[in-house]
Design a protein around this ligand. Structure first.
Ligand code: ADP
Ligand code: MG
Length: 311
């Protein structure tokens, strides 16, 4: 890139909330991008999930007194130990329900052992061996217990509907391999997402979505954004995100989380969004300052124009 092209793109970019941290190399890469891969949580969505549904498995809890509140209290003490946004949303939900008394849980229930499995959830023993608690994705929480033992057919259908039609993230909790419940969490799609994706398509640039969440939730969000359903990759781990980005090269990866750093670094052009993730910003050539997805189109547009102008 000529110094003038770099300067023009950098200056105009800065005015529009697009920081080319990588200088000329970043602008040159942006000009050649043919495909944009988006992370879901915190990138296409605002990244502040909220619990909108709770359901205790009727089959499993019929014989248990105060089942819902016992299950929620146990989940509260376990999720209090995690910094995951889903965990934060769930503990807030339980605390709100109990009007601040949720903190009493920490004296009633003592976590004896706990393990956080990235991209899956939490496993814990509470009050020595009185309670085993698993909280996380469906696959993770129901690995050792068939869901039919916990949920009725109607409940299973309801959960599938929440996931596929409403795009909720489902977190399942199982206690003592016997009692179960689910939390349905909603994370709003950024209002500018759909138009931005349409603009990319009109520029002849393809789009994909990768997520650690389920395929159902991934597809629901993709539909809201106009991303093709066949371009949705679910249950992705940080290294699968890298593989996808490399396969689609020269590609752009847009992400927010700490888990996204490898993909941001592997892409021809890494774009970090979301002020809360300095680690992501470190690995990205481009940073969107205003948390506005339109910056993705602007960055590519600017790079293309800058090169056209100087030639
Ligand atoms: P994403 O790629 O959407 O940011 P993650 O890779 O962080 O998602 O997590 C993937 C999935 O793992 C979540 O959708 C959730 O089902 C489960 N999970 C991970 N950590 C937790 C936790 N602390 N509590 C509940 N569920 C969790
Ligand atoms: Mg994320």
């Amino acid at each position: 890139a000529t110094p003038t092209a770099v300067m023009v793109a950098s200056e105009v970019g800065a005015k529009h909330g697009v920081l080319f941290r990588g200088g000329g190399a970043a602008i040159e890469a942006a000009k050649n991008v043919r495909h944009v891969v988006f992370d879901k949580t915190g990138t296409l969505t605002v990244g502040r999930p909220e619990v909108v549904t709770f359901l205790a498995g009727e089959k499993s809890t019929a014989s248990l007194r105060n089942a819902s509140s016992l299950l929620q209290d146990l989940v509260y003490v376990v999720e209090s130990q995690s910094h995951h946004p889903l965990a934060t949303a769930i503990t807030k939900h339980v605390a709100d329900l109990e009007g601040g008394r949720a903190t009493e849980n920490e004296t009633t229930f003592k976590v004896s052992w706990i393990e956080e499995v990235p991209g899956r959830g939490m496993k814990a023993l509470v009050n020595k061996n009185e309670f085993s608690v698993v909280v996380g994705s469906r696959e993770f929480a129901l690995a050792e217990v068939p869901q039919e033992e916990i949920f009725t057919e109607n409940e299973v259908r309801e959960i599938e509907h929440l996931e596929a039609s409403e795009g909720l993230t489902i977190v399942v909790a199982v206690v003592n391999k016997r009692y179960g419940c689910i939390f349905g969490l909603e994370d709003c799609v950024r209002p500018e997402a759909r138009k931005m994706v349409e603009k990319l398509h009109s520029m002849n640039i393809g789009t994909s979505l990768v997520t650690g969440d389920s395929i159902e939730t991934g597809r629901a969000v993709a539909t809201k954004c106009g991303i093709p359903l066949e371009a949705v990759h679910a249950r992705a781990m940080p290294w699968t995100k890298v593989d996808i980005v490399k396969e689609l090269a020269p590609s752009c990866f847009v992400g927010d989380g700490i888990n996204d750093a490898p993909a941001l670094a592997a892409a021809s052009m890494g774009i970090a969004i979301g002020a809360g993730a300095p680690v992501a910003a470190e690995s990205a050539a481009v940073v969107l300052v205003g948390d506005d997805l339109r910056g993705v189109v602007n960055a590519i547009d600017l790079a293309r124009t800058a090169f056209r102008r100087v030639r």
